[in-house]
Design a protein around this ligand. Structure first.
Ligand SMILES: [Zn+2]
Length: 192
C-alpha cells in the first residue's frame, strides 16, 4: 500500500473514532458558501473558522467561476439555502504562472509532471502527450485582484443567480493568512 494511502486511512480511523457529527442536517447551518482555490496552503475551514456542517466550500484550480463552480453555487442556494457567497483567490497562485498556450504545449509534449524554473515551465518531452489540452480553457490568472472582480461579475450577472445574494470578493495572503478585500469585487457583488 502507498504511504499516502496508509496515512490517510489511519487518519480517518482516528477521526471516525471520536466522531460525534452524525446527526448534522444537510443544508449548511451558517447559510453561506465559499468558492476558493485548491492550493494546498489554503485551509478554508481554518482561515474562515468553519466546522462540519457550517458552509459549502467549492474548490478548483484558481477558485474560478467556471461553469461547474456556478453549477455548485446554484445548487447551494436553490436547494440548500445559502444566502451569502465569497469568492476567494490568493497571492502566489499557481494559475498566474502559465497561460493556456503553455499548458497546451506541455500536455502535447508529454503527460509527465512538468518542471518550473526562473525561465518558466519545461516538459520532459518524453511523450506521448495529447492535443486534448487545446480544447480546455484553463482559466489562468494574470492579476488576482482582476480575476476576483471578473469572477464576482460573472456570478453576479448569471441568469440563475438571484440578486439578493451578496457576493464578497477577497484575496487570501499566503504569507500572513489574512483575507484582504477586493473592494471593486464586493461592490459589483453587492445584493440588489
Ligand atoms: Zn491558487
Amino acid at each position: 500500500m502507498s504511504t499516502v494511502l496508509e496515512d490517510v486511512l489511519a487518519a480517518n480511523a482516528a477521526y471516525a473514532n471520536g466522531f460525534d457529527k452524525g446527526d448534522l442536517p444537510m443544508p449548511p447551518g451558517r447559510h453561506f458558501a465559499i468558492l476558493t482555490c485548491m492550493d494546498a496552503r489554503l485551509d478554508p475551514a481554518k482561515y474562515a473558522g468553519l466546522a462540519e456542517g457550517d458552509a459549502h466550500v467549492i474548490r478548483n484550480a484558481g477558485g474560478r467561476a467556471s461553469d461547474d463552480a456556478i453549477r455548485s453555487l446554484v445548487i447551494s442556494y436553490k436547494l440548500l439555502g445559502t444566502r451569502e457567497w465569497f469568492v476567494i483567490h490568493h497571492t502566489n497562485c499557481g494559475m498566474e504562472t502559465f497561460t493556456d498556450e503553455i499548458m497546451r504545449d506541455l500536455l502535447a509534449s508529454s503527460l509527465n509532471t512538468a518542471t518550473v524554473d526562473a525561465t518558466g515551465w519545461h516538459d520532459s518531452g518524453q511523450g506521448p502527450g495529447s492535443a486534448e489540452g487545446r480544447y480546455i480553457d484553463w482559466l489562468t490568472i494574470k492579476d488576482n485582484a482582476r480575476s476576483v472582480v471578473e469572477d464576482v461579475t460573472r456570478i453576479r450577472n448569471h441568469p440563475l443567480v438571484p440578486g439578493a445574494i451578496p457576493i464578497y470578493g477577497y484575496i487570501y495572503d499566503v504569507t500572513t493568512g489574512k483575507l484582504v478585500e477586493v473592494p471593486e469585487a464586493s461592490a459589483v457583488g453587492r445584493s440588489r
